[in-house]
Design a protein around this ligand. Sequence first.
Ligand code: BTN
Length: 240
Amino acid sequence: KEIIYFETIDSTNDYAKKIAKKSSEGTIVISEEQTKGKGRMGRFWHSSKKDGIYMSIILKPDILPNDAPIITQIAGLSVVKALNKLNVDAKIKWPNDILINNKKVCGILTEMSIEIDRIDYIVLGIGINVKTLDFSEDIKNIATSILKEGYNLNRLDIITLVLDEFENLYLDYINTKNKQIIANMCKEYSALIGKDIYVIQFNDRKRAKCIDINKEGNLIVQYEDGSIKELISGEVSIRG
Ligand code: BTN
């Protein structure tokens, strides 16, 4: 498999998108730093030199575009399973943030190109804060790093384990198309199941209890009036 390494780049996702068409599945783009690291919803992803892991994987799965969110879930699971193997108590905040002590340590940005109802390619971007100690004012209450939480790990060990886990889970899913197995794992590693949270949609904020993650990867919550709802990722945001 091809690994493309940079000392510096604007964004590994942007670079991966440029080469995706001509690259084979499993090509990895990784950089020591990013000058324009991208987060979800147009946000900036702080990516300073040697502080973190910034990588993108090019994938060409033969699945329907509607099933693409499962790839993001598989990525989240790989990071959590890798960190747990290194004795780090990490959990998934649905749909795909990774938390340690309730603070975000890893984010995933999946970008996809579709051609007439089939997936042309997916660029799966994974950013992990490994050694960052100073976060900017706007995120310092919600962000953390592996080192800040007291674990002194080396980046290569994390990368190796994450990619191992990802390859196993991804190939299993592509071969079996079994979403239930993924959903069960998401539930097992979830930071939210059993917890009371706020569901935020448009200008509305409602208290709810998280009760399940279903086969489609949707979060099932129960509102205070007793009604049960299925939340679709991307349509709502969740606060503790
Ligand atoms: C998020 O907002 O939670 C997603 C953050 C994703 C960051 C990673 S770092 C590697 C890849 N390249 C980018 O520009 N972004 C992703």
